[in-house]
Design a protein around this ligand. Structure first.
Ligand code: ADP
Length: 279
């Protein structure tokens, strides 16, 4: 891990997470969930470890967003358990959880009349003391998050005046301002052009590599998932159909079975990662 201001700040935090013996921060064990009696997730097991980027792929309706909602405690599993730092998610206080786990939901609703700076500063809410006002240290973290996401120049702009890509980067800055150990992303590059897709994913991957961030992200684009993730989880009708390295999961037979699509998989010419081409 590189020593810099971010890792120093984390080192100084007194409530840091302990790592369970398996070394992973976030764990789902045999998680099942149903909406109004209709099963959506069945027996899902996963782990996300520091310095690891895990991608969740699968067709529409496979249960990916529901999984993120369960991992972030927006929904509670009907069966099984989710733990953070070895402790059941239900044991965590709200602010305590938000100091460790940040979520970038799909199509995050942002207050249009707030400035980008005000939105990013919201990421510091879990750290505020009784007086509820940000310290210079909070502001420094928020500014740094904006610089990292290339949004500092937008600080005084109102959210309503930002493009989709700019908003997405502001949401990412707010999540990073939480200084999380675990980051959950629901299709972080939806509606972004290829340049902004690569910018956001490279940024996330840099935090994974340099800050030991543990990331679980939903991907629509299989090629981006294969390029950026250490491990992939392929969901099909709420079950884990395949799990492992991208080349183990993105195979023509898995894609045919789960997406009902005929594709050719070729190794990427620069790094050998699987690349999906339509037949
Ligand atoms: P994905 O993210 O893979 O597209 P979702 O987790 O959004 O899948 O949805 C999984 C299934 O659960 C779908 O059939 C969807 O219609 C259903 N579903 C999602 N949200 C709700 C909800 N709030 N109430 C009832 N059913 C839902």
């Amino acid at each position: 891990m590189k020593t810099n201001l971010w890792s120093l700040a984390r080192f100084l935090r007194h409530d840091d997470l302990s790592l369970p013996p398996h070394g992973c921060l976030l764990e789902a064990q045999r998680v099942s969930f149903a909406y109004n009696g209709r099963p959506v997730l069945r027996d899902v097991n996963l782990r996300v470890c520091p310095g690891q980027m895990v991608g969740v792929i699968g067709p529409n309706g496979a249960g990916k967003s529901t999984l993120i909602k369960i991992l972030s405690r927006l929904l509670h599993p009907d069966e099984g358990r989710v733990s953070l730092g070895g402790q059941d998610l239900s044991h965590w206080g709200h602010a305590q959880l938000a100091r460790h786990l940040a979520v970038v939901p799909q199509g995050a609703q942002l207050p249009e009349t707030f400035t980008a700076w005000e939105v990013v500063l919201m990421g510091r809410t879990p750290y505020l003391g009784l007086l509820g006002s940000e310290t210079p240290a909070d502001m420094a973290v928020a500014r740094r998050a904006m610089e990292e996401t290339n949004t500092w120049h937008l600080a005084s702009r109102f959210i309503g005046q930002l493009s989709g890509g700019e908003r997405q980067r502001v949401v990412m800055a707010r999540a990073l301002a939480q200084e999380p150990r675990v980051l959950l992303l629901d299709e972080p590059t939806l509606h972004l052009d290829i340049s902004h897709q690569l910018e956001i994913l490279s940024l996330v991957r840099r935090f994974v590599d340099e800050q030991d961030l543990a990331v679980l992200a939903i991907f629509h684009d299989l090629n981006l998932a294969a390029q950026f993730c250490h491990e992939l989880i392929l969901l099909s009708q709420g079950r884990v159909f395949a799990q492992g390295r991208p080349e183990e999961v993105i195979t023509a037979s898995n894609i045919a079975a789960v997406y009902e699509a005929k594709v050719t998989i070729l190794p990427h010419p620069r790094n050998g990662r699987p690349t999906v081409l339509p037949n």
